[in-house]
Design a protein around this ligand. Structure first.
Ligand SMILES: [Zn+2]
Length: 277
């Protein structure tokens, strides 16, 4: 059973936070006036955010913490879609269940503050701000005869699942260099990047840590034949019109966008490569 923490915007702009195991039913109750005294007097109400939890206990804990936030911080979560509605609640953003409890510079304890109405971990000793940013990754999409080249992951997370070839950017690396390097390491291929498909957000969970990732995908071409290397256990061609299940949720969107681009003639070489809009 799934549990929800939800936020309603009531008439007059007041926010109402609640939890439930049945969001549609609960929402209908609030709208009909049988949900809660607070919402009955402030109708109509509108659902503005919701997060899901595996247990009632986790939802209740998140509800308690969320209700303690100042209104501006609540609005930042809602309006900044931080994380976006329907995503798991990000306890790390509240300074919980994160590996970052102590300042890496001075060892002082980190405290949750609200800076410009956004939750931020700040060192209680030296005052350093610990921003939580997405980690950038770059990958390559190689298409031949309606087939896309995918790699099977040889390591966790998602060991054994199919993945778009790519990886984390090094600190001093540019995205295009990262994509070319990853193709060399994972596929044993020298590739030429011919277009930028786009940017896609997702999460990466490893060793108990959950990170936001920003994935940058290039369309690439090559004359070579791929061989699995580095952290890929095998590589193969898969039909773009019927993409297989992928390791990360955003990759289904990437393959759909790629398919659309190919269908629009993006990979026709007659008039040269065309850049995706
Ligand atoms: Zn410090």
């Amino acid at each position: 059973m799934k549990w929800w923490l939800y936020v309603l915007e009531c008439r007059g702009g007041a926010l109402y936070t609640g939890m439930t195991g049945d969001l549609p039913r609960r929402l209908a109750e609030h709208q009909s006036g049988s949900g809660a005294k607070f919402t009955r007097a402030r109708r109509p109400v509108r659902l503005v955010a919701a997060w899901t939890f595996g247990t009632r206990q986790a939802a209740a804990h998140a509800e308690r913490r969320f209700k303690q936030l100042p209104r501006a911080a609540k609005l930042a979560w809602v309006e900044g879609r931080w994380p976006f509605a329907g995503a798991p609640f990000d306890f790390a953003a509240l300074g919980e269940e994160s590996d970052a409890r102590f300042c890496p510079r001075c060892g002082g304890r980190l405290a949750l503050r609200h800076v410009e109405s956004r939750p931020l971990l700040v060192c209680s000793v030296c005052g350093r701000h610990h921003y939580r940013n997405a980690k950038p990754c770059a990958g390559v999409l190689i298409v031949r005869g309606g087939m896309v080249l995918l790699a099977r992951r040889g390591r966790d997370p998602h060991k054994g699942a199919l993945d778009i070839p790519g990886g984390f950017m090094e600190a001093e690396e540019t995205p295009d260099h990262c994509a070319v390097r990853e193709a060399r390491e994972e596929l044993g291929l020298e590739v030429r990047l011919v277009g930028l498909l786009g940017f896609y957000m997702d999460h990466y969970e490893f060793q108990g840590e959950r990170s936001s990732i920003l994935n940058i995908y290039y369309v690439a071409e090559t004359d070579g034949e791929p061989t699995a290397g580095d952290d890929a256990s095998e590589v193969g061609w898969y039909p773009l019109t019927e993409p297989p299940p992928m390791a990360f949720p955003h990759e289904a969107v990437v393959l759909r966008d790629l398919q659309r681009w190919v269908a629009q003639g993006g990979l026709s070489r007659e008039g040269g490569w065309s850049w995706p809009r």
